[in-house]
Design a protein around this ligand. Structure first.
Ligand SMILES: Cc1cc2nc3c(=O)[nH]c(=O)nc-3n(C[C@H](O)[C@H](O)[C@H](O)COP(=O)(O)OP(=O)(O)OC[C@H]3O[C@@H](n4cnc5c(N)ncnc54)[C@H](O)[C@@H]3O)c2cc1C
Length: 404
């Protein structure tokens, strides 16, 4: 029994990055994941945009070089006005060339990230990867934690370690068992995601586009390719019937209203999702710690959920490593909470809410003012850099560093 190991629950992007960052510092990890080899890659598509600050961290654990060939390098970000189909502003991440080695985002799906990271984790001698292992409960005492899991044979097993980290995602059992409030709200409207085989660049769009409209605001992203796959998100009314919304004719009509091409779009997938804005009241109770979606969930407008979760993972890995080496007391975990909770509230949540308001604004005068402001910001290199430092989460990392 390795009593000093770290137990990580969930092999999502956060659990995997944390496990790799710890293992590479010589710390033993037990990583338990409910999905097995047979269904690990059958997960619903979610995150796809990796910001510069995240790319630096992925590079540190040898993951960037695996992802870059499977992704799309995207230096540009566009804002569009839907009513006249005109581009409002273009932001170029190359303004960040002196701030990061990666002045672009990498469009690379969450599933590719976890696939590549899992391969690295399985190959690492310090990580005991346990797939098809479902975490059910835990206890903690002065010296450590004991996690109860259902192993692949369906038997209950106890795993002992020094700390337990929840990388379980939004439905975290650990957060609920600790009685931690998940403060915030859920938007009443669901978001419709349609995946299309089409190259929208032929109409002037770039790899990432935010489209402003008081009723049908959208996000349009180059998702993968070749062959090209793009994703477009639309709002829906809270009471709209799901079956009616998802009918192929309804999806097609919605796309044609967005861009009338004259020929039907080749729709390759669609789903509806609910959007929450919630932050856990505590990120740590004793030896149990929350990271990623188990600690905070937010709207995908701005692509910050997975990115900020990965930032949690690296912040935490550094602190758990120093605790394991007896360089610091475990009060340092309270600093993890102060730093990352601040980012979740003041950056991730605040910005994603602002992004939605900006796209969906109904007052014509406010819309015009917002759009002028975007143009002015994009056209001024200093302002554009400041905008991109915020949108790419570099500023949030710098600010968190200052928090003691
Ligand atoms: C449509 C959409 C688009 C998005 N786009 C972006 C984007 O572009 N950029 C971005 O940064 N974010 C985006 N997000 C958010 C992003 O997907 C999440 O923030 C991210 O996946 C969270 O990672 P995680 O590792 O914390 O949790 P998850 O990805 O949810 O992983 C949790 C893991 O834990 C496992 N697990 C759960 N319970 C147990 C248990 N009891 N025992 C064992 N294992 C368990 C699960 O099987 C899973 O593998 C998007 C979300 C949505 C819905």
């Amino acid at each position: 029994m390795k009593e000093d190991r770290i137990i990580v629950i969930g092999a999502g992007p956060v659990g995997l990055c944390l496990s790799l960052a710890l293992a590479q510092e010589g710390i033993d990890v037990c990583l338990a994941e409910a999905l097995g080899d047979d269904n690990f890659l059958d997960q619903v598509p979610r995150a796809g945009t990796n910001h510069p600050a995240t790319l630096e961290l992925l590079d540190r654990i040898g993951l960037y070089e695996k992802l870059e060939p499977r992704g799309i390098v995207a230096p540009l970000l566009h804002y569009w006005e839907r009513s006249d189909n005109q581009r409002i502003a273009e932001f170029d991440h190359r303004h960040l060339k002196d701030d990061t080695r990666f002045p672009y985002v990498l469009q690379c799906e969450r599933i590719k990230i976890v696939e590549e990271a899992l391969k690295l984790a399985k190959a690492h001698p310090n990580i005991d990867v346990r797939l098809a292992t479902e975490f059910t409960s835990f206890t903690q005492d002065r010296d450590g934690v004991t996690a109860q899991v259902a192993n692949p044979a369906g038997e209950t097993e106890s795993i002992r370690g020094a700390y337990l980290v929840s990388g379980e995602g939004a439905r975290s059992i650990i957060r609920k068992d600790l009685g931690i409030e998940f403060e915030g709200f859920t938007y009443p409207d669901r978001t419709l995601n349609i995946e299309v085989a089409y190259d929208f660049r032929s109409h002037g769009y770039t790899e990432r586009n935010y489209i402003s409209d008081p009723d049908e605001w959208s996000n349009l992203f180059h998702w993968k390719g070749p062959p090209d796959r793009w994703r477009i998100h639309f709002p829906t009314a809270p009471d709209e019937d799901e079956t009616a919304l998802m009918r192929p004719e309804a999806l097609q009509a919605r796309l044609q209203r967005f861009l009338a091409t004259g020929t039907p779009f080749d729709i390759v997938g669609s789903n509806l999702y609910v959007v929450h804005q919630r932050v856990a009241q505590r990120f740590r109770v004793g030896r149990a710690i929350l990271a990623g979606d188990s600690a905070h969930v937010n709207s995908p407008i701005g692509a910050m959920g997975m990115n900020s979760g990965i930032h949690d993972a690296f912040n935490l890995a550094e602190k758990l490593t120093r605790i394991a080496r007896k360089e610091v007391d475990d009060d340092v975990l309270d600093r993890y909470e102060r730093q990352r909770r601040h980012v979740a509230l003041k950056h991730t949540q605040a910005q994603t809410m602002r992004n939605k308001r900006l796209l969906a604004e109904k007052d014509p005068a406010v819309r015009a003012k917002n759009h002028d402001e975007l143009r002015r910001t994009a056209d001024d290199p200093k302002l554009a850099r400041a905008f991109l430092l915020r949108s790419s989460l570099i500023e949030s990392l710098r600010e968190a560093k200052q928090i003691q």
